[in-house]
Write a protein that binds this ligand. Structure first.
Ligand code: NAD
Ligand code: 4TP
Length: 346
C-alpha cells in the first residue's frame, strides 16, 4: 500500500460529489477484502455533508474519524474514512440536492486550498477532486473559473494545463473556460510553447512515455485551408511548434475533424486542441464516465472525475461512481511514475 494518503476534496455539497464518494469508498472497502491495495483516503470537508447525504439517500455511511493532520490517517482503520474538517461549515438545514448556493463557496474553496497545501508539503500523495459547481463559486464572489485555475494559483503556477484522459485517448485544451469569441486573441506563441512543453514533459514524467509524439490541432477548419479561413496556424501555432523543435516531438497542425479517428490518433501520446470543446467533446463521446481530468504542470498530482455536479440527478441514487475510483487510481499511478522519474532524473 502507498505510504501517503490521497486527499479527496469536498466538491459541491448539493451535487453528486458526496454520493459518489460514499459509493466509491464502499466499493473500495469491498475490494480491499480481496486485495490489499491502494492508498488510504483523506476526505477534506465538512463531515456533516457526508452524513446528511447518506441520511437523505438511505445509504449506510462508513464510520468517519476526524483527524487534525494527514499523518494521523495511518492510524485510522481501513474500513473507517478519515476526515479533515474545515473551518468553514455547510449549514445542513439549508442544504438541498441540486440547488446552487453561493454560501457553499467558501467551504468548497477552503477544501481545495487545504488539500493542495497538504500535497505541497508532501503530507498526501495527491489530490482528487469531486466536481464543483462553477456558478456557486461565482455567486460566492470567487473569480476562478474552475479547479484548474485555482490550483494554479494555490501552487504558484501561471500555466496549469488541463488534460482529460481515458481509454487510450489523452486530450488537452490550450484554452479552457472562456468564451469562444475570446479564443483566437488569447492564443499566443509564448502561451502555446509553454503548454506544448508542459504536455511533453508530463507525458514522460507522469505517464511513463519515453519519447511521446504529440499531435497539434489547428484552430480553423481544414487548418485554415492555406490562409483562406484564418491564419492562426501560420502566425501562432507553427512558430510555437518550431520553438520546441528537437525538444518535444510535435506534429501538425492537423485539421481537427480528421484527427480523432482511431487510426489517425493511434501514434500520439496526446492531442493538443485549441479550445475546450474541441478537446472535450471527443473524449466525452469516447468514454464519458471513465475519463480522468488531470492538471498538468503542477508540483503536485491532481486528478478529477470527467463529469460535473449533475444537479439533475443529485439525491436520486442514479449517480455512477466509477470515474471517481478511476481518478483515485490514476493519481496513485501518476505519483508512482513521478517518483520513478525523479529518481532517474535527480
Ligand atoms: N471536475 C469538475 O469539477 C467539473 C467537471 C465538469 C463540469 N463541472 C461543473 O458541473 C456543473 C454541471 O455541468 P454539466 O451539467 O455541464 O455536466 P454534468 O457532467 O454535471 O452533467 C451532464 C449529464 O451527465 C449526467 N451525469 C454526470 N455525471 C454523472 C454520473 N456520475 N452518473 C450518472 N450521470 C451523470 C448528468 O445527469 C447530466 O445529464 C457546471 O457548473 C460545470 O461547470 C465540474
Ligand atoms: N472542463 C472540465 C469538464 O468539462 O470536464 C470541467 O469543467 C472541470 O474543470 P476543472 O477541473 O478546472 O474544475
Amino acid at each position: 500500500m502507498d505510504a501517503l494518503p490521497i486527499a479527496l476534496t469536498m466538491g459541491d455539497p448539493a451535487g453528486i460529489g458526496p454520493e459518489i464518494v460514499l459509493k466509491a469508498f464502499a466499493q473500495q472497502q469491498r475490494e480491499r477484502q480481496k486485495r490489499l491495495a491502494g492508498a488510504k483516503w483523506l476526505w477534506v470537508g465538512d463531515p456533516e455533508v457526508l452524513l446528511w447525504t447518506a441520511q437523505q439517500m438511505g445509504l449506510v455511511p462508513p464510520k468517519l474519524q476526524r483527524v487534525r493532520q494527514a499523518a494521523e490517517v495511518a492510524q485510522v482503520a481501513d474500513e473507517v474514512l478519515a476526515v479533515l474538517p474545515l473551518e468553514a461549515c455547510i449549514d445542513r438545514h439549508k442544504l438541498a440536492f441540486g440547488v446552487a448556493d453561493g454560501a457553499h463557496a467558501k467551504a468548497v474553496v477552503e477544501s481545495i486550498e487545504t488539500a493542495t497545501a497538504l500535497a505541497m508539503s508532501g503530507q498526501v500523495g495527491g489530490v482528487v477532486t469531486p466536481p464543483i459547481h462553477k456558478g456557486v463559486l461565482h455567486a460566492g464572489g470567487y473569480r476562478w473559473p474552475g479547479h484548474t485555475e485555482l490550483l494554479g494559483h494555490c501552487t504558484g503556477v501561471t500555466t496549469p494545463v488541463m488534460m482529460l484522459a481515458g481509454r487510450g485517448l489523452r486530450v488537452v485544451p490550450a484554452t479552457i473556460h472562456q468564451s469562444i469569441r475570446s479564443v483566437p486573441d488569447s492564443l499566443s506563441v509564448a502561451k502555446l510553447t509553454q503548454i506544448f512543453s508542459v504536455v511533453g514533459h508530463s507525458l514522460q514524467q507522469d505517464f511513463g512515455l519515453r519519447e511521446p509524439r504529440i499531435a497539434i490541432c489547428a484552430l480553423n477548419p481544414h487548418a485554415g485551408e492555406g490562409g483562406a479561413f484564418g491564419d492562426e496556424e501560420r502566425r501562432i501555432i507553427q512558430p510555437a511548434m518550431a520553438a520546441l523543435m528537437g525538444e518535444v516531438r510535435l506534429e501538425g497542425p492537423f485539421p481537427a475533424d480528421a484527427l480523432f479517428s482511431e487510426a489517425a490518433r493511434a501514434p500520439y501520446g496526446a492531442i493538443i486542441c485549441m479550445y475546450h470543446d474541441q478537446a472535450l467533446i471527443p473524449i466525452k463521446m469516447h468514454c464519458f464516465g471513465e475519463a480522468t481530468n488531470i492538471t498538468l504542470g503542477l508540483p503536485i498530482i491532481r486528478t478529477s472525475v470527467d463529469h460535473g455536479t449533475a444537479y439533475d440527478i443529485a439525491g436520486s441514487g442514479r449517480a455512477k461512481h466509477g470515474a471517481l475510483l478511476i481518478a483515485v487510481e490514476q493519481a496513485a499511478r501518476m505519483a508512482a511514475n513521478r517518483r520513478t522519474w525523479q529518481q532517474e532524473h535527480p
